[in-house]
Ligand binder design. Structure first.
Ligand SMILES: C[S@@+](CC[C@H](N)C(=O)[O-])C[C@H]1O[C@@H](n2cnc3c(N)ncnc32)[C@H](O)[C@@H]1O
Ligand code: SF4
Length: 452
């Protein structure tokens, strides 16, 4: 347990402890500042560590920012020699690029901050490349529309998303779709300057065309769909030509075909219930209808070696998808495989991520967005790669939080972006499907309040 005299710094310190998987160990921390110096004293495993650091702060906000940084770094310096260094050093949080932008807009060099927090050089260069790729799509303001479809053919063993196997939840689909459609009509007045549409999962193609039809129709009614329009169709075993044709007729421009791995042994081990051949067939069908395609891969699945992962990566590249998203396995509660976390070969996973960076770069892909999750193997990250001019606007907007996100469906989180203050306010709908259906009126009311 962390015992600190500074409650305002607790959250920041806990983030560092979590990064080292030692949030349940005992730490004693004393923080103070005097005469332009920060003092951090830490007791851990019977040893004492003292850190002293100069600082200059003209105002309270700067003081807090620097104090947070100094205590995170102090804990990092205690733990790194014992537990091993982390690729993102003492930099915590989901969105490193957002921190880099904040530094840039304050006329500071983000590289200096990242270096001072012990982020490794290749990661600093990666962030620099992402900011560069985003130049052509980074635009503050406007709105993105998200529709959540929390149904899947079956539950994959590694997955912690709030989603349910369709066998168990089939009885809710009709009412769920009705609720989503009601929500969609209610948000018509707040879709000013619509930048993109994203129907996400779960697995939207777990629904049949007649079930998706009212949702597509409502979207077409409430907005002009001549923008980027993604369906995270998902698992290849639910793709059909009819579903793709229907999506095309309804204005969809981008489809996610997700192999995770092209190795059949791995797919079986993670409970994906489809083969690599099915992925290739789904991909070919999707191409036939002229969509932009995203492919999701995960590094660290089952007992995969870097060579297994390299094969999947090379297959994805040879297909020529516009986007390839490389995830690092994250085992959160809710995933069947959570208890396997101790077995992960973290060195092997780091090698896979390094391979993905070099092979995708050689093949002409650029990194265009990045995010990190809790409990991600090796403290690594997820990176979206794109061909030139093919960055997905929706992903950039949601990661950088520079637009409002009007999100409908169970577990959907609407965010209103306040441009002047550069701040976000959120409203989260219930995760549980029957609760969501029962509370649709209340959800509509709460979102209207958020966007008033
Ligand atoms: C919201 S999921 C939906 C994708 C779709 N249902 C499918 O499985 O094809 C988006 C992506 O997150 C990634 N993902 C899911 N669980 C993960 C985990 N435990 N660790 C890392 N990435 C994960 C997968 O690559 C997945 O395609
Ligand atoms: S990985 Fe995709 S298909 Fe599998 S359970 Fe999660 S959301 Fe559903």
């Amino acid at each position: 347990m962390l015992n600190t005299n500074s409650e305002v710094l607790r959250t920041e310190i806990m983030d560092v402890l979590r990064a080292f998987n030692c949030e349940n160990e005992d730490f004693l921390h004393y923080f103070s500042s005097a005469c332009g110096k920060f003092f951090n004293s830490i007791e851990y495993q019977g040893k004492f560590y003292d850190f002293e650091e100069d600082f200059k702060a003209e105002d309270e906000i700067t003081f807090k920012r620097l104090a947070k940084r100094s205590c995170k770094l102090a804990f990092y310096k205690v733990l790194a020699p014992i537990k091993g260094e982390l690729p993102w050093g003492a930099l915590t949080g989901i969105r490193p690029t957002k921190i880099a932008y904040a530094e840039k807009f304050a006329n500071r060099d983000f590289k200096e901050l990242f270096k001072s927090l012990c982020v490794i050089d290749p990661n600093i260069s990666l962030i620099e490349r992402i900011l560069n790729t985003q130049k052509s799509v980074y635009s503050v303001g406007g709105t993105d529309l998200y529709v959540s479809i929390p149904f899947c053919p079956t539950k994959c063993d590694y997955c912690s998303f709030i989603t349910a196997p369709v066998q168990k939840t089939r009885i809710y689909i009709e009412d769920y779709v009705k609720s989503v459609v009601r929500e969609l009509y209610s948000v018509r007045p707040i879709l000013a300057n619509l930048k993109s549409i994203y129907i996400g999962g779960g697995t939207p193609f777990a629904l049949e065309n007649n079930q998706l039809a009212p949702i597509y129709a409502a979207i077409n009614d409430i907005c002009d769909v001549k923008c980027e329009y993604t369906v995270e169709a998902g698992r290849p075993d639910v793709f059909t030509e009819d579903k793709l044709k229907f999506a095309k007729e309804n204005g969809v421009t981008r489809i996610c075909v997700n192999p995770q791995s092209f190795n059949d042994k791995t797919l079986e081990a993670i409970g994906r219930k489809h083969t690599a051949k099915q992925t290739l067939e789904a991909y070919a069908l999707t191409r036939k209808y002229g969509f932009d395609i995203n492919i999701d891969l995960i590094a660290g699945l089952a007992d995969e070696t870097p060579q297994d992962f390299e094969c999947s990566l090379k297959t994805a590249i040879s297909l020529g998808a516009e986007n390839i998203t490389v995830h690092t396995l994250s085992l959160k509660s809710g995933a069947k495989l959570k208890e396997e976390v101790e077995r992960l070969n973290v060195l092997g996973i780091s090698e896979m991520i390094n391979l993905s960076r070099s092979l995708l770069t050689q093949a002409g892909y650029e990194p265009y967005y990045l995010y990190r999750q809790k409990y991600q193997a090796g403290g690594l990250e997820n990176v979206g790669w794109c061909k030139t001019g093919k960055a997905c606007l929706y992903n950039v907007d949601t990661m950088e939080e520079i637009s409002s996100n009007v999100a409908v469906g169970a577990n959907a989180i609407s965010k209103r972006y306040f441009g002047k203050e550069d701040r976000i306010e959120r409203y989260a709908a219930p995760k549980d499907i029957p609760t969501y259906i029962a509370k649709t009126d209340k959800i509509i009311e709460e979102r209207i309040k958020l966007f008033k």
